[in-house]
Design a protein around this ligand. Structure first.
Ligand code: ATP
Ligand code: MG
Length: 648
């Protein structure tokens, strides 16, 4: 790529940050040299335990003896840590600022109010027969009741499984059945961008094939019409109003299950990632504080949905464990107009803003004006998660949104990892646009040769693996431990395999090149999708691009690019030529884009990630075997791409 830019830590940030560069270096070293000592201290600092653990860590990454245990023998309750222990000092502080889809609707909930509501719902769950260890499915929009439901489960030791409110009845059914839930919490409807979606109706369809669900709790969000199944369906507001306001927290073992969450499905059949209690909470709280340099009293906003792991760890558990004020947003970035994010930032004085590259690229497409007409003076730290952020989008985020003032934390992590693994720390890490930079405390990443599995040192590119566990690591695939072993620990023995590829530069910075399955092999050269896509979006007329390999007689694989032009740009053959030479110039003569297909939209998961698996099939003209498309956000996008594919 072209010359790397480096952004040093701004002096104003370094001056008051929790962690500066020297502290990062020393703490990181200690976390590696003495993990047990290090994590014992962190567990004491971030979590209140009702009984201390007997052993800090005990693990084996060997496939035939795989086990991962943290803080065994320790006892705690997550809702106690997120609520009760704050009441004496910050009971009247706002815990959640809820910003509705309609810009005129919002709600502030204090820690004391949240505590009461969680206790009430916990009592309702108990009265419906939910016991410690039982699974509860949460199928809700982004309303405060979603956070209340999560915390109420943890209060009584039930295991929640959140299914994103945008998923279909079939997706909901599959997940409810897989995790054997007995109770489902939903709402009459959800509201996004002014449109109502019939959640209860979806749930009713799913429940026809879920015989073990005996209760459906229904939150009244819009008052829209719903069908009612007597005996099974219960209005949430009626049940909580009748419930007691106190509910003693259940004492949980550190390794008791906390939640199941199905991964988003960019690569195939969703897996139920199981996270446990103690290690996850320690890791959620610690990463939230240090990655975002969260300072007491700041307003923090993560735009993710609670249906994704980002919403779990960085809207609810991390922030609330730290006594933060967390914004929860029901709407979408372009409703009522393209300024919405920044209007909300100004309205609530948001200091820390965390979103996804897909949102940044779509806002970038609309130009600077909707951003520039807002103040954004409250912003201090920006964050990115979900996909590699193209340097072009990074620069825009930094210069236009952050006025060049706010560090961007590009956080690389996964549903499986529970929290950030590779990320800058605002006060400690000089930034390079497009790089997730350096490992978090206790995380030992490595690169291995994808074909031989041999570890490679120094500046290199390879498959990204992690050498030893961290407390937030998932413990199993629910109901299918063998799949856990096979997916993550078989291919490269002794390591946790992330499925991603990465490059490490001479400064030890990591650059995620994309999923290893997406890597192209052009005439024997391995090319990451992220690099080629980033070159394409450098062109001012390109909004977004997705690159895949396709069978090529001479090169083995050729480069097939799906390109979305900027709003109002006419796609021409001239532009195609410019793009081909742009990529060649940026990456080198091996990177000749063979085919460019104009794409009005790209197939994305519901969380906004490009599904290259499907694009590969279209490029190869294998349209009969697209695979599981149930997690696609907009299936019509695929029809257009098939219709206009280059090879038929
Ligand atoms: P599935 O595993 O079901 O295919 P998924 O991998 O998209 O779905 P997540 O766990 O939500 O589900 O996403 C984790 C993946 O997202 C990472 O493995 C990586 O490919 C990508 N990712 C997340 N954050 C970043 C980042 N900051 N930079 C680059 N890639 C990222
Ligand atoms: Mg994944």
């Amino acid at each position: 790529m072209s010359e790397e830019k480096v952004y040093p830590v701004p002096a104003a940030i370094a001056a008051k940050a929790h962690i500066n560069a020297e502290q990062y270096a020393a703490m990181y070293q200690r976390s590696i040299d003495d993990p047990a000592g290090f994590w014992a201290e962190q567990a004491e600092q971030f979590v209140t335990w009702s009984r201390k653990w007997d052993s800090v860590m005990d693990y084996s990454y060997q496939a035939d003896d795989l086990h991962i245990n943290w803080f065994q023998g320790g006892k705690l309750n997550v809702s106690y840590n997120c609520l009760d222990r704050h009441l004496a000092t910050r009971g009247d502080q706002v815990a959640i600022i809820w910003e509705g889809d309609d810009p005129n609707v919002d709600r502030k909930i204090t820690y004391r109010e949240l505590h009461e509501e969680v206790c009430r719902l916990a009592n309702v769950l108990k009265s419906r027969g939910v016991q410690k260890g039982d699974r509860v499915c949460i199928y809700l929009p982004m309303i405060p009741e979603a956070a209340v439901a999560m915390l109420a489960c943890t209060r009584i030791g039930a295991v929640h499984s959140i299914v994103f409110g945008g998923f279909s009845p079939d997706s909901l059914r599959d997940r409810v059945l897989d995790s054997e839930c007995k109770l489902v919490i939903t709402s009459d409807e959800s509201v996004r961008g002014g449109r109502h979606v019939p959640l209860k109706k979806n749930a009713d369809i799913a429940m026809r094939e879920c015989p073990n669900v005996d209760t459906v709790l229904v939150v009244r969000r819009t008052g829209g019409n719903v069908d009612w199944v007597e005996g099974r369906d219960v209005w949430y507001h009626e049940a909580v109003a009748a419930a007691a306001t106190e509910c003693a927290p259940e004492e949980m073992d550190a390794e008791d299950p906390l939640f199941i969450l199905y991964t988003s499905g960019s690569t195939g059949k969703p897996k139920g990632a199981l996270h446990t209690t103690g290690g996850y909470l320690v890791y959620a709280a610690m990463t939230h504080k240090y990655t975002f340099d969260y300072q007491d009293g700041e307003i923090y906003w993560c735009t993710a949905d609670v249906g994704w792991v980002t919403g779990h760890t960085y809207i609810v558990y991390g922030p609330l464990a730290n006594g933060a004020t967390s914004v929860m947003f029901e709407g979408i970035p372009n409703y009522p107009d393209m300024s919405r994010f920044w209007d909300v930032v100004d309205k609530h004085n948001v200091s820390i803003f965390y979103t996804a590259p897909t949102a940044i690229r779509s806002l970038m497409r609309a130009g600077e004006e909707p951003v520039k007409k807002t103040s954004r003076q409250s912003l201090r730290i920006l964050g990115s998660v979900g996909e590699p952020i193209n340097p072009e989008a990074w620069e825009w985020y930094h210069n236009v949104v952050g006025d060049g003032r706010c560090p961007i934390v590009d956080t690389w992590w996964q549903t499986e990892t529970g929290g950030h693994l590779i990320t800058p720390l605002p006060g400690a890490t000089a930034l390079k646009p497009g790089s997730a930079t350096r490992p978090f405390f206790g995380v030992v990443p490595a690169l291995v040769d994808p074909s031989t599995g041999v570890r490679i040192e120094g500046a290199a590119e390879g498959a990204l693996v992690i050498c030893q566990p961290w407390p937030g690591q998932m413990r199993t695939v629910y109901g299918d431990h063998q799949r856990y072993v096979d997916t993550y620990f078989k291919q490269y023995p002794g390591y946790y395999f992330t499925g991603d590829g990465a490059r490490r530069d001479a400064d030890g910075y990591y650059w995620i090149t994309g999923r290893i399955d997406d890597v192209l092999n052009v005439s024997g050269h391995r090319l990451g999708t992220a690099e080629i896509e980033s070159a394409l979006v450098l062109h001012p007329h390109v909004a977004e691009a997705a690159v895949v390999g396709y069978p090529h007689d001479l090169k083995g694989q050729g480069i097939y690019a799906y390109v979305t032009p900027m709003a109002g740009v006419e796609p021409t053959d001239e532009l195609k030529k410019e793009l081909v030479s742009l990529v060649r110039g940026e990456i080198g003569p091996i990177a000749i884009v063979d085919i460019i297909q104009w794409a009005p939209g790209l197939p994305k998961t519901r969380s906004g990630k490009i599904m290259r698996r499907i694009l590969r099939k279209i490029a190869a003209n294998e349209i009969d075997s697209l695979g599981d498309t149930s997690t696609l956000a907009d299936p019509t996008v695929v029809e257009d791409l098939i219709e206009n594919r280059a090879v038929k």
